[in-house]
Design a protein around this ligand. Structure first.
Ligand code: SF4
Length: 512
């Protein structure tokens, strides 16, 4: 099987039993025989052994019932975590395992605690808030990453708030929507849960299915049957089929349909490659452990707002740009991040004024950004204001002006006071630039000018800025001004212009 970088596999074995006896849960009633346990063990260890050398990513066990009370899951997770190619392993668990015995097995098998991630569910019928919070803290102190979850039962809001208060700030307590509620949450109930879990709004959204967001994901069951996620349609392939059973694994996986209209639970929507997932929860959002970046840099067109570009012509004339909408979901995400104290910055090829026109509704959450493809960097934060422009040599204008007639473009100049910092060679939108033509034009400049500029194409616009001006450079500058370490920065975008800044910030590109 060939995988994409940083793929995620969810594994569900044949286990359907639990040591807890919660009144509402079907798995608490199922008695499992020794034979069934043996079968589950065999299947899981077979799966662990079968993960090919070319897999790079994370593996999470999403069992029916409780898996981590069985030693073989610890052995398997340890073996997986020992592989250099596997960044993260973990499981959904009620946390009832024995720390001493089971972490002992994990370490004995050379498991890496720093790769271990738990999605720990709190069961108020079975354990007290205090006992549960203490166990979370002990695990955290041993280097295990974990989040805590509970179902948003309105009557339990006070108890969940108490649990929130007992947990340290760096352990996220999430609230799942209660499926059996059979009514909407009241405004007051929503407020209560939002005070516990600032991301609870995500549970209340309807997330339309979008297969494109699910590349690199797999849900594998004990018998090897596969889906994209836990609720999608099964593929034609089986995990254990031989490589030559199909003409192309990649093609079949790509062609496998989702079959759903909405991504109706967190295991589905939480594992998608959406940029908001990655910003909030890092490269493996399925583990639900917040990334907590201190600064996030956002591309505008194609990321914060839909791809359709407004006519550049309208923008450069200074006419208010055609209104592009930032989705409510993105707005909520920005608001949550801003509320948590994360610094938000734009990182765009648009000049400042046009960027602000596009982002009128959300600009108040931002502290400045990188504009004009990196030629303009601006910070307004903590009563501090800083600004920098990479200038262009005026000589380039004379040379371009002599060549523009007959080439079907006009020149739009961007200046700060008298200083020239960006040029747009604008064509009618029906006649976008072709790369060869642009190259020929740039080759016609003197070598001295060529060496000092950087150019790139955006449909009908050939953009020219200083050679030193890039989004990545602007991001570095802003991080320095705002005292943000590289590891604490995240960036999202969807084009080649964004790749360097995303690499620098160690975040996934959207288009893989
Ligand atoms: S239902 Fe599953 S496969 Fe379909 S889009 Fe949602 S998460 Fe992806």
């Amino acid at each position: 099987m060939r995988f994409m970088n940083r793929s995620v596999i969810l594994y569900r074995g044949s286990l359907k039993s639990c040591n807890y006896k919660c009144s509402y849960c079907p798995f608490s009633k199922h008695r499992i025989s020794e034979r069934e346990l043996e079968k589950d063990k065999r299947q899981w260890l077979r799966f662990v052994e079968s993960i090919a050398d070319d897999f790079q990513g994370g593996v999470m066990v999403a069992p029916y019932g409780e898996a981590l009370i069985h030693s073989w899951y610890w052995e398997g997770l340890a073996r997986l975590s020992a592989s250099e190619r596997i960044d993260a392993v973990g499981a959904q668990t009620n946390l009832s395992f024995s720390e001493q015995r089971d972490l002992g097995i994990f370490l004995h098998e050379k498991g890496k605690l720093e790769k271990l991630h738990f999605w720990a569910t709190f069961h108020p019928e079975m354990i007290s808030t205090k006992e549960f919070a203490e166990k979370c803290k002990r695990l955290k102190s041993r280097g295990v990453s974990l989040c805590v979850g509970a179902v948003g039962i309105p009557e339990m809001a006070e108890q969940l708030l108490a649990l929130r208060n007992l947990l340290p700030d760096d352990i996220y307590l999430w609230i799942n929507k209660m499926n059996g509620l059979k009514r909407e949450y009241t405004h007051k109930e929503q407020e209560k849960f939002l005070a516990i879990d600032p991301y609870f709004w995500r549970e209340l959204e309807v997330v339309p299915a979008d297969r494109k967001q699910c590349e690199g994901r797999l849900f594998v069951e004990a018998d090897g049957s596969m889906r994209i996620c836990n609720i999608s349609r099964k593929t034609r392939m089986n995990w254990y089929d031989s490589y030559d059973s199909y003409d192309s694994y990649e093609r079949i996986l790509k062609e496998t349909e989702c079959g759903q209209r909405i991504c109706s639970c967190y295991l589905a929507y939480g594992g998608r490659n959406d940029f908001m997932n990655q910003v909030l929860f890092g490269p493996y959002p399925i583990f639900r452990i917040p990334r907590r970046a201190k600064a996030v840099f956002w591309d505008i067109e194609g990321t914060l707002i839909p791809k359709e570009r407004p006519e550049e012509k309208e923008l450069v004339k200074g006419i208010t740009a055609e209104k592009q909408n930032v989705s409510d979901s993105v707005k909520k995400g920005l608001e949550t991040l801003a509320g948590e104290g994360t610094l938000l910055f734009f990182a765009t090829t648009l000049p400042y004024r046009e960027a602000m026109q596009h982002c009128e509704e959300i600009r108040h959450w931002f502290q400045g950004g990188v504009f004009a493809g990196g030629a303009h960097v601006y910070l307004r934060y903590d009563e501090k204001e800083q600004e920098f422009f990479y200038e262009l040599d005026e000589k380039i204008l004379c040379q371009l002006e002599t060549t523009c007639t007959g080439r079907g473009f006009r020149i739009v100049k961007y200046r700060e006071k008298e200083r020239l910092y960006k040029l747009t060679l604008l064509r009618p939108s029906k006649r976008p630039w072709i790369k060869n033509e642009a190259e020929r034009l740039m080759d016609s400049l003197t070598s001295e000018l060529r060496e000092n500029i950087r150019w790139f194409l955006e449909e009908n616009c050939l953009q020219i800025v200083s050679a030193k001006a890039t989004k990545a450079e602007g991001v570095r500058m802003l991080c320095q001004w705002a005292d943000i370490e590289q590891k604490d920065a995240a960036a999202v975008g969807d084009s080649g212009e964004d790749e360097e800044m995303m690499r620098w910030c160690y975040c996934h590109p959207l288009g893989r």
